[in-house]
Design a protein around this ligand. Sequence first.
Ligand SMILES: Cc1cc2nc3c(=O)[nH]c(=O)nc-3n(C[C@H](O)[C@H](O)[C@H](O)COP(=O)(O)OP(=O)(O)OC[C@H]3O[C@@H](n4cnc5c(N)ncnc54)[C@H](O)[C@@H]3O)c2cc1C
Length: 382
Amino acid sequence: MDDADVAVVGLGAIGASALWRLAERGVSVVGIEQFSPGHDRGSSHGNSRLFRVACLEHPNLVTLARTSRDLWRELESLSGQPLLTTTGSITIGSPSSPEVRDALLAAGQHNLDVERLTDAEVATRYPHHADIASSHVGVVDPEAGILRPEAAIVAAVDAARHAGAHVITETRITGVAVTDGGVTIETPTGKINARQAVVTAGAWLGSLAPGLPLRSRRVMQSWFDPKSSADRSIDLSDFPVFIRALDDGTSYWGHGQTHGEGAKIGVDWDPDCRWTEPDELDRDVSPIDYKLVSSLVRDWLPDLDPNPTKVTPCMVTYTPDHQFFIGRLDNDSPIIVGGGGSGHAFKHAAGIGELIAQITQREKPLFDTSFVSPTRTLPDSL
Ligand SMILES: Cc1cc2nc3c(=O)[nH]c(=O)nc-3n(C[C@H](O)[C@H](O)[C@H](O)COP(=O)(O)OP(=O)(O)OC[C@H]3O[C@@H](n4cnc5c(N)ncnc54)[C@H](O)[C@@H]3O)c2cc1C
């Protein structure tokens, strides 16, 4: 006999949301997590994640971002706590940079209410970026903001429990096997049988769904205090979410202070970051880990002290095309995967959870998911 209709393996950003969306439908569902929901050992810790609607990574993601926003709001009212703070965002760069070009492309395809600013307008309205090059422009996404990742995951697991999900924590799944009637989930102490498995194991996804081309990278999150001589406030309301693309291809992002922790600044692709196995993540921080971000702060954000007050490692798991894997491993498989976030999945996690629930229940999905299908044709290497 099955223990549940659906077993969700891994209750991080995507798995917690999938568990919630399945339980909300009245599906008999069990969720299993190797640590505790909201932990700091995967890809979803660090107090904030950027939320944007003008998604430069793929125009179809606009629908996912909007669905997610509505679900984050629903989760806020269920949990009685703020999860998404809308600040608006500014993306700055040359009009031909992927960041600016693709944000405008997504906005155009979905009639988003974004605003394009000249360099002078950026300097006036966003004084932290007053040194903008005269050849650069700004794109304002008024729906952008920041999410609270740990709180959102805990809220989704709580909402799922409340809707009837069974949650097992501190239990590491060692295998997911297809059987005649569905799947068997192997734990160190026994087996869980279900009709279908949703595998949302983040940086560990490749080990539970072998064959998916995934690699994880150790990526740093850094916080910076204002200089004592700072001219401007670095509070979130004065220093909203930004992405800035430099002409040498470097792209950095960040937002002003929340939680009294200083401004959070990160680099999109730091060549000094290393590939890692998730169980071997090096949690010790050395100066090379924040060399590039410190130099960017020194050169471009003059109100911040370039010596970070806090630096913590996290993991980004990439697919070869830097797009997600969402869907069945093959058309008839009872295993549905969600992951390969490639550094941009948190904002979409609630919507991905809904999409996964639709896929397991064979409902019509939110949008054409072929561009995120695990069976799509991919480039050869990561
Ligand atoms: C520094 C940094 C900044 C980022 N910034 C942004 C941003 O601004 N905006 C944005 O949208 N995205 C951002 N991302 C990406 C985003 O955070 C990730 O894509 C997203 O959090 C991944 O969610 P996940 O559910 O795939 O992984 P996780 O949240 O890590 O969840 C996977 C879960 O599976 C569990 N698990 C794994 N294996 C097992 C097992 N065998 N048994 C039981 N449980 C298991 C893990 O413990 C974990 O809880 C950023 C990522 C990093 C690292």
